[in-house]
Design a protein around this ligand. Structure first.
Ligand SMILES: [Zn+2]
Length: 339
C-alpha cells in the first residue's frame, strides 16, 4: 500500500459495528484456548527476520483483548528467539508451537537444528507450513526432511503436529491458476494423507478448517478415514466468508465430530496494529461459532467478490453451536490433546 492510499475506514471495522455489543454471545463455560496464533515481537512482513518493534507491547495488547473475550491460553508460532522473552512476560498464558522450515538451498540439517532449538525451548507442537505458494521453495508437507523432522520430534516426545494445507478455493481461481507450479486444490491433500498414515500415533491438526471449509463433505471423509486428524477453526476472514455460506453443513459436521475441532484465531502481532484489530477477530470468531447473529461482516475481505447490489463484505451467519459442542471446541479438546 502506498502513502497516497489513505484508508478512511479501518479494515477491522468497515460496517461501524459496535464491538462492545456482545449480547449475542452465548457460551457460558470455562475459559477458551486459542490453539493457533502468532504472538511475537512484530516483524517486517516482507523480511520476517527483521524485528520492527523490539518489545512485547503488541503481544501485551493482544493478550489483554484475548482475556476480555474469555481466552485464557494462546498457543503461538513465533521465532524461537522470542520464546524466552514471551515466557518471561506472560508465563502460562502462552504455549508454544515451533514452525519448521528451511530455505531451498539450505541443507536438511538446518531444519533439524531449528527443531532442536524449539525442543530446547519446550514447544508442545510442531508446525509444517505447506501452502501451495511454498511448493517452489520445497516446503511440501511430505518432503523427506519434513518426514525426518516429524520422526525426530516424535522421538523427543512431541505428539502434536500442525499443518497448513491448501488455501481458499478463490485463491486457486485467481492466484494459483498455474497448476503446473501449484497443483490443483485436490492435489494438496495426498501428501497430507501420506503423513497421517506414516505417523498414526501422532495427532495432526489441519489449520484453517483443514484448508477446505468450502467442502464440508471432504472434511467429513478425511475425519472418518483418519482418526488422528483434527481441525482448527482459525483464519477469520476465510471462515466468516466460507463457513457462513454453508452454515448448516458445517454446523452438522462439527456436531457429528465435536471432539475433533479446536478453536483458533490466526491472529498475528504485526507492527503498529490498533487493538481494535484484535477485538474484531475475536468478536467475529466468537460470533460465528456460538451465536445466531447475521449481518455483513465488519471485517474488510479482499477476497470477497461483492455483488453489485449487495454489501461490500460477506454475510456472517452464526452457527449457534450447542453449549456442549462449544465447550469441546473452545477448550476441552485442546486440554485433552495437550495434557
Ligand atoms: Zn497461522
Amino acid at each position: 500500500m502506498s502513502a497516497t492510499d489513505t484508508i478512511h475506514t479501518p479494515e477491522y471495522n468497515v460496517t461501524g459495528q459496535d464491538y462492545q455489543d456482545r449480547r449475542h454471545f452465548r457460551y457460558q463455560g470455562p475459559p477458551l484456548i486459542d490453539i493457533h496464533a502468532h504472538v511475537m515481537r512484530p516483524r517486517n512482513f516482507e523480511k520476517p527476520d527483521v524485528i520492527v518493534e523490539d518489545n512485547v507491547d503488541q503481544a501485551r495488547a493482544m493478550l489483554a483483548v484475548a482475556e476480555e473475550f474469555g481466552i485464557a491460553r494462546i498457543y503461538t508460532m513465533c521465532p524461537v528467539d522470542d520464546i524466552p522473552i514471551l515466557r518471561d512476560a506472560f508465563g502460562n498464558r502462552l504455549g508454544f508451537n515451533g514452525p519448521i522450515s528451511k530455505k531451498k538451498d539450505e541443507p536438511d540439517e538446518a531444519a533439524y537444528r531449528m527443531l532442536d532449538r524449539y525442543l530446547e525451548q519446550g514447544v508442545e507442537i510442531i508446525k509444517f507450513w505447506a501452502a501451495p505458494r511454498g511448493r517452489e521453495r520445497g516446503l511440501n508437507v511430505d518432503a523427506p526432511w519434513r518426514i525426518e523432522t516429524a520422526r525426530r520430534a516424535r522421538a523427543a516426545g512431541i505428539r502434536i503436529m500442525m499443518v497448513h494445507i491448501a488455501d481458499p478455493d478463490l485463491w486457486f481461481q485467481k492466484v494459483y491458476t498455474d497448476t503446473a507450479r501449484f497443483g490443483t486444490k485436490a492435489d494438496q491433500y495426498p501428501p497430507l494423507c501420506r503423513m497421517l498414515e506414516m505417523f498414526p500415533d501422532m495427532t495432526w491438526i489441519a489449520a484453517h478448517m483443514g484448508g477446505d471449509p468450502e467442502h464440508p463433505d471432504h472434511l467429513q471423509e478425511l475425519l472418518e478415514r483418519y482418526p488422528n486428524l483434527y481441525i482448527d477453526t482459525s483464519a477469520a476472514k476465510w471462515q466468516i466468508r466460507e463457513v457462513s455460506a454453508r452454515r448448516d453443513a458445517i454446523r452438522a459436521l462439527i456436531c457429528r465430530h465435536p471432539n475433533r475441532f479446536l478453536f483458533g484465531s490466526d491472529l498475528v502481532t504485526r507492527p503498529a496494529l490498533d487493538r481494535e484489530h484484535y477485538v474484531s477477530r475475536y468478536w467475529c470468531e466468537r460470533t460465528l461459532w456460538e451465536s445466531d447473529w447475521e449481518g455483513p461482516s465488519p471485517i474488510q475481505d479482499p477476497d470477497f467478490p461483492p455483488p453489485s447490489d449487495g454489501p461490500s463484505t460477506p454475510i456472517l451467519r452464526g452457527l449457534a453451536l450447542p453449549q456442549d459442542v462449544l465447550e469441546q471446541v473452545y477448550r476441552t479438546n485442546a486440554l485433552r490433546l495437550l495434557k
